[in-house]
Unconditional design. Structure first.
Length: 309
């Protein structure tokens, strides 16, 4: 399985990219790295002359920036420390590798960001203004390219798509929500497994007597279905990062499993994620907990609730 829930790291916002306080913002530049209109003009006027000075220095070194390539300058007066300049393709009808070139803009920007330790980055909707790239295709290209690249650049924690117009904003929101649904469907596929597998989730080895006469404690061995489920839960990024906070926030630590099922029945998505995080992580301290949770229908009830939401 190679599905990663990188869409947890993707955020869609509507607004002006010059106001973003990510480590870097990306500029939809032109090949001469000169000032222009649209987002390029906005970044330069908000960032001040330092950005243009650095752009000139880069151009005197490399001549021009090819379509799909990316370079970096400081952020000047912007809140963002860096600006990554990339040149989007001009739309010429779709037969001139425009899609691949647009993909390259995102790939090369993220590569440069990762190489420079940038953890948060904001993108405009490159090429969808003066360069006339169809917005639907641009959004899909941007979204899926970024999603794939995030698997490679694990140190990048957040990518924000900053949409200036309502149409783009709605496109990206739709992409994100259908992507999340696909991930949740992967989890829901386990409902029949948890419904049918009565008490077979976990077996324990018999305690053994070692050569040194010590009795070794038994350890759980899990049914493949259950370990597959846990893998998918990890891979889809359903878990929350800070599981200790899950405990504190949700007051589930002292509840017994039947009380937790009651809580699950009323939970929203965030709370479900906390509860599942609690059960998955807690296994480290309590061998056999997954089997117990499965037997007590904790996972099944979480999935039922997920299906309802
Ligand atoms: P391109 O030449 O790559 O098409 P444009 O700047 O003309 O670049 O447009 C790219 C996208 O940036 C368009 O969707 C446009 O609406 C958007 N845009 C313009 N100004 C801003 C801004 N201040 N912040 C974010 N996006 C912006």
């Amino acid at each position: 399985m190679s599905i990663k829930y990188s869409n947890d790291k993707i955020v869609i916002v509507k607004g002006d990219i010059t106001k973003e306080n990510t480590n870097a913002i990306v500029n939809a530049a032109n090949s001469s790295l000169m000032g222009g209109s649209g987002v390029n003009g906005a970044i330069r006027s908000a960032g001040g002359s330092r950005i243009s000075d650095e752009c000139r220095a880069i151009i005197s070194r490399i001549g021009k920036l090819e379509t799909g390539e990316a370079v970096m300058t400081s952020g000047g007066k912007l809140e963002a420390k860096y600006v990554i300049h990339t040149v989007g393709p001009v739309w010429k009808g779709g037969d001139e590798s425009e899609e691949a070139q647009l993909s390259n803009c995102y790939i090369n920007s993220l590569k440069l960001a990762a190489e420079n330790g940038i953890e948060t980055i904001a993108f405009p909707n490159i090429s969808t203004g003066v360069y006339r790239f169809p917005k639907d295709l641009a959004a899909k290209t941007a979204y899926f390219t970024v999603k794939a690249s995030l698997e490679k650049y694990q140190n990048i924690n957040q990518v924000r798509f900053v949409c200036f117009d309502e149409y783009n904003y709605q496109l990206y929101l739709k992409l994100l929500s259908s992507d999340k649904k696909d991930n949740i469907n992967l989890l829901l596929d386990f409902i029949p497994y948890f419904e049918s597998n009565k008490n077979k989730f976990c077996t324990f080895t018999q305690p053994e007597k070692g050569e040194d006469e010590n009795i070794y404690t038994s350890y759980p061995s899990y049914d493949k279905g259950l370990t597959d489920f846990i893998d998918i839960v990890y891979e889809t990024g359903f878990l929350k990062e800070n599981y200790l906070e899950c405990l504190k926030e949700e007051k589930i630590e002292n509840a017994d499993n039947s009380e937790i099922i009651e809580i699950i029945r009323e939970s929203d998505l965030l709370l479900l994620r906390s509860i599942l995080t609690y059960f998955v992580r807690q296994e480290r301290f309590c061998d056999g907990l997954w089997g117990e949770a499965a037997k007590d229908k904790i996972f099944l009830n979480i999935l039922y609730r997920l299906r309802e939401l």
